[in-house]
Design a protein around this ligand. Structure first.
Ligand code: ADE
Length: 281
């Protein structure tokens, strides 16, 4: 496993989605671009440092946003992060809101996922003779959620509103949903919708990583009015609220970097989930 010079192994990573390309308070100190059996990650991985703690940053859609959600090399991304020592992932994503009370610019830490991808994205490390079945009843990491809640509470004065749970619908895309689909997802209890939670969260679990997505609502999808969602709407809210997003992620990292959280960032509670199959990474 990679040792980040005098800084030691890189246990924590941020996967940045649309609009989150840097993190406040962290200085770039290195860049790595490992080859994995599943190819190169979406972009070279930046190693950032703050108070002596290294953090990896990976742009999910590539350095030039060249990968559509269904093209993201998710297996290479997770394998590359794991290869440099990462065990704890904060994954950021822009999402559409499926509920009136989740307003554009609100943050959500989902606790559940409904898979509406079409099974065409490579979604497992376990194939070709390597058999493994990991539990996925609770797809995210409630210990990271507790930290995010505390950080968001201290940012209320800046207008940060966090929804402490929710079900994310992960759809295939790249087209947005029809109104009938959007209403069906609402009837299923969906809170928010994106195209990026899967297979990333499943692969992170197979790789025995602690993984939590932090979502920022950028639109009301198409159920809310006769207006259609479009990319300019998503980008508008992302850039308007980008500073809050960067502050929130920075605050979460500051907490994770504290000694008290070392068991969490080394994902001790996920060890053994893949019954040893993960050792090939
Ligand atoms: N990402 C941001 N907004 C979205 C929406 N409405 N549907 C799917 N993915 C999204």
């Amino acid at each position: 496993c990679f040792v980040g010079g005098a800084l030691g192994p890189v246990h924590i990573a941020v996967i940045g989605g649309t609009g989150l390309y840097k993190i406040d308070g962290y200085t770039p100190i290195a860049q790595v671009n490992p080859d994995t059996p599943w190819g190169k990650p979406s972009a070279p991985i930046l190693i950032l440092e703050h108070n002596g703690v290294p953090v990896a940053f990976l742009a999910r859609h590539g350095a030039h946003h060249q990968f559509a959600p269904h093209e993201v090399p998710a297996r290479a991304n997770i394998a590359a992060l794991r290869h440099i020592g990462v065990r704890c992932v904060i994954a950021f994503s822009a999402v559409g809101s499926l509920q009136e009370e989740i307003k554009p610019m609100d943050f959500v830490v989902p606790d559940q996922i409904i898979d509406r991808t079409k099974g065409i994205r490579p979604f497992t490390f376990f194939e070709g003779g390597l058999v493994g079945h990991v539990p996925f009843g609770d797809p995210f990491d409630s210990k990271i959620v507790d930290i995010v809640k505390g950080c968001a509470a201290s940012m209320k004065g800046d207008g940060v509103k966090l929804h402490e749970k929710g079900t994310i619908i992960c759809m295939e895309g790249p087209q947005f949903s029809t109104r009938a689909e959007s209403n069906m997802y609402r009837s299923w209890g969906g809170s928010v919708i994106n195209m990026s939670a899967l297979p990333e969260a499943k692969l992170a679990r197979e790789a025995e990583m602690a993984y939590q997505m932090i979502c920022m609502a950028t639109d009301y999808d198409c159920w809310h009015s006769t207006e259609d969602v479009d990319v300019s709407m998503v980008m508008h809210y992302m850039s308007t609220n980008g500073q809050n997003a960067r502050h929130l992620v920075g605050a979460v990292l500051d907490q994770l970097c504290k000694q008290d959280n070392s068991d969490l960032v080394q994902a001790k509670h996920w060890e053994g989930q893949s019954k040893g199959a993960v050792s090939f990474m």
